[in-house]
Design a protein around this ligand. Structure first.
Ligand code: ADP
Ligand code: MG
Length: 457
């Protein structure tokens, strides 16, 4: 019996449980379709909320004027401004700040004060060419990436928090009303013309630059997807039919569940100590908020049961969230022959020194297992959408816009997703079904939707 053998056993067992064969991913995609259908029916118990976005017309390119957008929904908060109608490429100006932890769990008014404070600072930097006539109310799109029950494009109440946020007194409040109040208090004369989820924004942003975009996926702190559905396929839709006959659906796929998801004891333990046990199962296997944490939990088990780091368990390793997904990604991409980057992160983040090259290789393998599972499950989700729309055969051109820091910065995750999708679709269909990176599409999309939803006056 050797501890080293035991450590390898733990890793191999984890790898086995994380396997995502094509057959398994097909089952996940089929379950996604079933849950999508259920969620589109009235009074459903689907794990997918399939929220109606009230976006039935996506931007056409004819929009003109200066528009602002706020993008709140995870780690970073962005304020942006874009001038439309000048022709050519649109290049929004933006500012990004990280959200203080205290704002994520404090009160509703604290959060909105923080947001409007940053917005006011940004408005003050408006250049000469962007000045609008004094007394004209400015239009703003608000990307708010949490489950919201909308009643129109500019109205919506918060249903639940996700991604580490937990502000109880904001639940069931209309986020547009709260933002508008805070803007008034700050002395900002702006109208919230559109309240959109980041996925819906990314879809609008993606479609603006490419009309073949049919869906958008977010892979950042959290994960989600939105797509264009025919209104006659939405039994729960009430009210007049939109002229376009279409409606953007915000799936809220982060909460997707299926018996075919390859869950392990580490996922169970992550879930049990999370803010929302039993919820957000898909997201907990895929998104940036959780991948590094899964790696930590496996390493912890290897330390405890196989003395992977020596006779004692490194104390830092017992702290939740010490190893972030960017750390994991940096280790995974370490291309130095002796894995210097892995050694540096182990030292900086976990206070572990004196690791052998073999140990560091094991850690890289572990990152590979966790990232690959997440990426392949994301591909299965995309396949689910394509199947629901009858587009998985590749007979029509379909583009999926993907936005978010995980997809943007984690190259091996991105490649694994791309490969899995090709594997699932087959060579022929893959020619017509493409993934397109949409950097900051979610914020730009909100500004575009604000532009295409002018005041009715
Ligand atoms: P959000 O809009 O939800 O704040 P972003 O799209 O800005 O998210 O993405 C931020 C997330 O992306 C981070 O929480 C992190 O998990 C992930 N991320 C950022 N940089 C990297 C990286 N280098 N490698 C892997 N993941 C990253
Ligand atoms: Mg975002």
């Amino acid at each position: 019996f050797s501890y080293q053998t035991k450590a390898m056993e733990i890793l191999r067992e984890f790898e086995e449980k994380c396997k995502t064969s094509v057959a398994k991913l097909q089952q996940v995609a089929d379950d996604m379709v079933i849950e999508m259908r259920k969620g589109l029916a009235p009074d459903s118990d689907s794990t997918l909320k399939m929220l109606i976005s009230y976006v039935s017309n996506l931007p056409t390119g004819d929009e003109a004027g200066i528009f602002y957008a706020l993008d709140l929904g995870g780690t970073n908060f962005r304020v942006l401004r874009v001038k439309l109608g000048g022709g050519g490429e649109v290049r929004p100006e933006f500012k990004e700040v990280s959200i203080p932890q205290s704002c994520m769990t404090g009160t509703c008014s604290e959060l909105f004060e923080f947001i409007t404070g940053k917005l006011a600072e940004f408005v003050a930097t408006e250049g000469e060419d962007l000045q609008i006539a004094p007394g004209t109310q400015q239009e703003l799109g608000f990307t708010f990436s949490f489950p919201v029950k909308q009643t129109s494009i500019d109205r919506g109440t918060l249903e639940t928090w996700t991604k580490g946020f937990n502000i109880e007194d904001a639940l069931n409040k209309d986020m547009v009303v709260e933002l508008t109040k805070a803007m008034e208090d700050t002395g900002l004369d702006m109208r919230v013309a559109a309240l959109v989820n980041d996925t819906v924004g990314a879809l609008a942003g993606g479609k603006y630059s490419n009309p073949d975009v049919i869906a958008a996926v977010i892979l950042g702190t959290g994960t989600n997807a939105a797509y264009i559905e025919r209104v006659d396929a939405i039994p729960k839709w009430e009210g007049p039919l939109p002229e376009s006959g279409e409606m953007v659906i915000n799936m809220e796929w982060s909460n997707f569940q299926s018996p075919h998801l390859p869950l392990t004891e580490y996922d169970e333990s992550l879930d049990a100590s999370s803010k929302y046990p039993g919820k957000q199962t898909f997201e907990k296997m895929i998104s940036g908020m959780y991948l590094g944490e899964i790696v930590r939990l496996v390493l912890l088990k290897m330390a405890q049961e196989a003395r992977f780091f020596g006779d004692t368990v490194p104390p830092k390793l017992e702290e939740s969230s010490v190893l972030t997904t960017p750390d994991m990604s940096a280790m995974h991409h370490d291309s130095t022959g002796d894995l210097k980057e892995v050694a540096a992160i182990l030292k900086d983040k976990l206070e572990i020194s004196d690791t052998s090259l073999d140990m560091r290789k094991v850690i890289v393998d572990l990152c590979e297992i966790v990232a690959t599972r997440g990426a392949r499950l994301s591909a299965a989700g995309v396949l689910g959408i394509l199947k629901k729309l009858g587009r998985d055969n590749g007979n029509q051109k379909s583009i999926i816009a993907i936005d978010g820091g995980l997809f943007e910065h984690y190259g091996k995750f991105r490649n694994a997703l791309q490969n899995a999708l090709e594997e699932l679709l087959g060579e022929e269909a893959s020619k017509n079904i493409l993934i397109e990176q949409s950097i900051d599409g979610s914020g730009l999309g909100a500004a575009l939707l604000a532009a295409s939803n002018p005041r009715l006056a």
